[in-house]
Design a protein. Structure first.
Lengths: 168, 393
């Protein structure tokens, strides 16, 4: 490869007004802006990202830099430490930039957490982790809590109770 | 600062999360997170999703009991295959007339009363939302009574497709078939059929297994539906001991679309009950499984001892195949069975149930039936029933 063809830099401006310089090799993984890279680089433009803050973009960039086989590991570490808000930002950013693999990983991770909500008796803890509030009527919420406590892992029985209208 | 708002996550992202859920239980858990997720889960629960989730959801066991103290009242208990010795009380009601439970199909329980009226009722439907979507009464079946209706099979869950389902019944001792489509006033008899032992529905066709162990299809969209043979006879090699036993046949479709045929071997032994009265006890001795294979354009039944990931549920329910791997506590390569013999044959209500391991021929949970059924007294067999999601909070 000739030296004139060395990696170009794509500039982004995040929602919290920070400018980011991202290598082309990473930026091409953002499906949304892939087609505009040539134009942007030739005209020295900055791409605004109104939905993505600097911290999240840094994570997305980090993700894209890793090889596919290292990503699993990154995801494990990040997600275990990531509170729900970070996971949420990551999902919104990944969708906005259209980084398919990341979208899938995060949604998978969220699915797992959702499953945990029903498994644990103290489901509020998990709801806190992904930062979500229950807005069921208090009596429904109390009924759910009671069922989880008594049935524990017998979730398929829970299926039945939930759907037989016991919660009404 | 908290900017994240999971409850108002865009629908396409929510759908991504939903599509990662494998079992029906997980799907229900998703729906119990918050109101918007509940609404979304309900909205997205269509026929395709239902089918996908059902392949990983083992049936529950339905137990209608009559308690000694409240003789007229029947209480429905339910138990999960996680722990067959623990039961949960669902609801109590007083049955109308002399109705008898006749199995289940697609999450609907089937009962037949003395006027030959078949009723489909859905225990998973909310009873507080009117009652109309919970009960379907079919026109009476001419020239038959409730003991003569052997099995009832639905082509689809009427909740999912209220205008497009067919009910097939197996009736009288000669194994005849008759069907009725949603909205029809009259039953349609199936021509050229006799001696049918079991029926399932798959991809637009009913598959009937007859006494010669061969399978025929029935296309009910035809004006005069009839049976067309699609498999050779099965001539299994039986030991002299097996020859002496009562054999019952079942047909099941595997997750991969293979047709399976099960032979179930049963013994009737005469025992004395508590009051030293002679009664007959029905006992399952084992199963044999055969797979329909296509070789050089010809089909052939081949015995198999390995159903892989499959758990099969047979009895009065529509025979069901479930992939065990995604469900904690579900035994792969096993057959979950129930059996009931009424007093006019056995001089008492005789039940049998358990889990048969096809690989090594061992039985599990053989004693759970006595735990369930000695007290309170039940006049109906335990029935496997496929749960469906109809959560309405």
């Amino acid at each position: 490869m000739s030296s004139s063809k060395k990696s170009r830099i794509v500039k982004f401006k995040t929602s919290d007004d920070k400018t980011f310089e991202v290598e082309e090799a990473v930026a091409v993984q953002f499906e949304t802006i892939k087609s505009m890279i040539d134009y942007v680089c030739a005209n020295d433009c900055t791409i605004p990202l109104p939905n993505v803050n600097a911290k999240t973009l840094a994570m997305v960039v980090e993700w894209c830099k890793k090889h596919a086989d290292e990503r699993d590991q990154l995801m494990e570490v990040d997600v275990d430490e990531a509170p729900g808000a970070v996971l949420y930002d990551l999902l919104v950013a990944a969708t906005y930039l259209r980084v398919e693999d990341l979208i899938h990983r995060v949604s998978q991770r969220v699915s797992k957490m959702v499953i945990e909500i029903g498994k644990l008796p103290e489901e509020e803890d998990v709801r806190k982790t992904i930062n979500i509030k229950s807005d069921f009527p208090p009596q429904v919420e109390e009924e759910l809590r009671k069922l989880r406590r008594t049935l524990g892992p017998l979730s398929d029985v829970l299926v039945l109770f939930v759907s037989s209208g016991l919660l009404e | 600062m908290d900017q994240s708002d999971w409850a108002s996550l865009p629908e396409d992202l929510l759908d991504l999360i939903l599509s990662r859920l494998v079992t029906l239980s997980d799907y229900v858990r998703f729906s119990t997170v918050c109101m918007p997720w509940h609404t979304f889960a309900l909205e997205k629960y269509d026929g395709e999703r239902h089918r996908k989730l059902s392949t990983h959801q083992p049936p529950l066991l339905f137990l209608p009991h009559t308690r000694g103290s409240k003789e007229k009242e029947t209480t429905i208990f339910i138990t999960s295959i996680h722990n067959l010795s623990k039961t949960y009380e669902l609801e109590s009601f007083t049955p109308i007339g002399n109705q008898r439970w006749r199995g289940s199909s697609h999450g609907w329980l089937i009962s037949v009363d003395v006027n030959f009226v078949i009723t489909l009722s859905n225990p998973f439907c909310s009873k507080l939302k009117g009652g109309d979507d919970r009960i379907i009464r079919l026109p009476p079946v001419p020239h038959t009574n409730c003991y003569h209706i052997v099995k009832v099979i639905l082509s689809a869950n009427p909740t999912m497709t209220p205008d497009d389902y067919t009910v097939m019944i197996m009736f009288n001792m000669y194994g005849k078939l008759s069907c009725i489509r949603a909205g029809d006033k009259k039953w349609t008899y199936i021509n050229k059929c006799h001696d049918v032992d079991d029926v399932i529905y798959s991809k637009g066709l009913f598959y009937a297994l007859d006494g010669t162990c061969s399978v025929s299809t029935c296309d009910i969209s035809e004006h005069y539906p009839k049976l067309n043979k699609v498999s050779p006879r099965l001539s299994p090699n039986l030991s002299p001991y097996e020859e002496l036993q009562e054999i019952k046949n079942y047909i099941v479709e595997s997750a991969g679309g293979d047709l399976l045929q099960l032979l179930r071997f049963m013994d009737f032994t005469i025992v004395l009950d508590d009051k030293m009265k002679r009664i007959t006890r029905v006992e399952t001795k084992g199963f044999k499984a055969f797979k329909l294979l296509f070789l050089n354009g010809e089909s052939e039944w081949v015995e198999t001892k390995n159903l892989g990931d499959g758990s099969l549920f047979v009895g009065d329910n529509t025979s069901t195949y479930v992939s065990a791997s995604n469900f904690l506590g579900c035994h792969p390569n096993s057959i979950y069975f129930t059996e009931y013999c009424p007093p006019h044959i056995c001089f008492a209500h005789s039940y049998d149930m358990g889990i048969y391991n096809l690989g090594d021929g061992s039985f599990l949970q053989r004693d759970c039936v006595s735990k369930f059924l000695s007290s309170p007294v039940s006049t109906s067999p335990p029935i496997w029933i496929q749960p469906t999601f109809q959560g309405k909070i």
